[in-house]
Design a protein. Structure first.
Lengths: 483, 87
């Protein structure tokens, strides 16, 4: 039998090395690797969907000595989303980067992809640390690719903050190892006894991951780093890299620290999430540049994901499954929609040379497909039906009122209102009188190929239509995840 | 005792990372933090005077050092780039 789990990590790693060795053919190698990686990840997820969770002991060494890879419904769902989005970004990058930057882009990008798949498939606490650190390093290097001083400074800060986060996480792992003597998540969960040491380890690991997930008030590094990076990279950072940290919080919360993580910790995450929703949405509304808007909207969307935790901590099993499904659906929808939004923003920036929202009208008018993409991404970010966000928010509202925690509902409403406001502000420019009055001169606009426009449109379509109308199987996939 | 020293180093590193400006200081602070964590790992490996130490934490520290060195190198490169903005 072919070991798809290993392939999903080994293929991009190999591709990264080859692309670095043959810079002249980096694009061709990169695209071939992208297709093969996506194929392996999809195959792995298909196996999980049909036969339940997968596990692979590398080199035939079982835990506790060996390092295992594992996939269950939760990893499979995120794996599918990440790899499809990453494939889209790869196609987009063919046209987006040129010359020297292209040579540097592909090896780093494939390395980032490797570590992303590694995070989703790791079954071992230390492996999580290594993949997380690799993810941080490759992400910061990609973000600084343009070499402009502001981009370098923002991503240097991102790198340092990421290092602090992973060191904190690692200290938590060390403390846990003192008590449990194993790093395998499954074995550790069996041996875990609630006590001061377990609580400290939980707090350290959670704190480190929250810093990487950019949960308010630890989000300060995200907007500059994400908005200064090249658009193809911003898409990956906002849609995928942040999700990896959120995924780990969820994974540890459910699989490892079940007995330690109580309603108190859940409520704390919920409060921080609520603050992130309001603050992120407000800043997105006030942003003057499109990519900054998209970056702050990521802060808000991460906040929504953490609103689920206080409910998850107290919900009985049937509600728990509904909530978990909604949480994952929201994460997937945001992944597709935000990647699409950033890619579209990159096209506009390329078209007119800036991304100041107030002056983008003519550019959007001249690229109807990009306009449609922005609209669809907006639908998904606000949470209008039929997008996946709508269903997820609906379940969140229903469950929070059902659980007697009605105070989360106004937060969702305020966030949604602000999201409508910032999306409307963006689109009003495209259709408003200012854009009609002065159609842009053709000569002043850089040409944009059809191929470059396709990935963004497809991603937002998936977010709005596929996940909205066909999100049902997700709950089946997630059955049996968690304690 | 050794482990406590490690935790102390970790706290010192975090404190000076937060307090000090300047790339070099922050970078050294991060490395001190890392050294603290590695010391904790080494302390974890102790299994009594007459037993061999647990090899797993040692392997982890080795990996951790490699990762920390690469990250430091990348941060220094980016910092160097910042110093020469006209390039």
């Amino acid at each position: 039998m072919i070991d798809w789990l290993v392939l999903a990590i080994a293929v991009p790693l190999l591709g990264s090395v080859v692309a670095a060795a043959l810079p002249g053919r980096a694009s061709a190698i990169g695209l071939a690797t992208a297709v093969l990686t996506t194929g392996s990840a999809l195959a792995a997820s298909l196996v999980v969907a049909e036969g339940g969770s997968l596990r692979s002991d590398l080199g035939g060494w079982g835990a506790p000595l060996g390092i295992a890879l594992a996939a269950d419904g939760l990893s499979a769902a995120l794996l599918v989303m990440s790899n499809l989005v990453a494939l889209g970004i790869s196609v987009y990058a063919l046209d987006y980067f040129s010359g020297g930057v292209r040579r540097h882009f592909w090896p780093l990008w494939l390395l980032l992809w490797t570590s992303l798949n590694g995070v989703f498939l790791a079954a071992d606490l230390f492996n999580v640390y290594v993949t997380l650190e690799l993810l941080g390093i490759s992400a910061a290097a990609l973000g600084a690719l343009s070499g402009r001083p502001d981009a370098v400074a923002a991503n240097l800060r991102y790198l340092l903050v990421g290092l602090l986060g992973s060191m904190t996480y690692l200290l938590g792992v060390a403390l846990l190892y003192t008590e449990l003597g194993t790093l395998d998540i499954g074995l550790a969960a069996e041996a875990l006894v609630p006590g001061p040491l377990a609580h400290t380890a939980f707090a350290l690991m959670l704190g480190g991951l929250l810093l990487k997930a950019a949960l308010f008030p630890l989000h300060f590094w995200l907007p500059p780093a994400h908005s200064q990076a090249p658009a193809a990279v911003s898409a990956a950072l906002s849609a995928l890299v942040v999700k990896a940290a959120v995924y780990l919080v969820l994974r540890l919360w459910m699989d490892l620290f079940g007995p330690v993580a109580g309603p108190g910790a859940g409520a704390m995450l919920g409060v921080l999430g609520a603050a992130a929703v309001v603050w992120g949405s407000w800043r997105a509304f006030r942003a003057e540049r499109l990519k900054l808007l998209a970056a702050y909207s990521t802060v808000a969307q991460v906040g929504y994901l953490f609103l689920f935790f206080p409910l998850l901590a107290i919900a009985p099993p049937p509600e728990r499954e509904a909530l978990l499904g909604a949480l994952v659906l929201l994460a997937l929808t945001h992944g597709f929609a935000k990647a699409g939004l950033f890619l579209a923003a990159g096209l506009l920036q390329k078209r007119v040379g800036h991304d100041r929202i107030d002056e983008l009208g003519p550019a959007i008018q001249s690229l109807p497909v990009v306009g449609l993409t922005l609209g669809l991404a907006g639908v998904a970010l606000i949470g209008l039906p039929p997008s996946g966000t709508f269903i997820a928010k609906w379940i969140l509202l229903a469950e929070s009122i059902g659980a007697g925690q009605w105070w989360w509902a106004p937060v969702v409403l305020i966030g949604t209102l602000l999201a409508s406001a910032y999306v409307y502000r963006l689109l009003a420019n495209a259709f408003g009188p200012a854009a009609q009055a002065e159609p842009a001169a053709e000569g002043a606009l850089a040409p944009i190929g059809r191929l470059a426009q396709a990935p963004a449109l497809l991603m937002t379509l998936v977010a709005v239509v596929v996940l909205g109308l066909g999100g049902e199987p997700l709950w089946g996939l997630l059955e049996g995840v968690g304690p | 005792m050794y482990g406590l020293g490690g935790i102390l180093l970790f706290l010192l590193g975090v404190w000076s990372f937060l307090v000090h400006d300047g790339l070099l200081r922050k970078l050294i602070a991060i490395n001190v933090t890392g050294a603290g964590v590695f010391h904790v790992f080494i302390a974890v490996a102790y299994r009594g005077l007459d037993a061999a130490p647990d090899p797993v934490p040692h392997a982890l520290v080795l990996t951790g050092i490699v990762v920390a060195v690469s990250a430091t190198a990348l941060a220094l490169t980016l910092g160097q780039r910042l110093e020469r903005p006209d390039d």
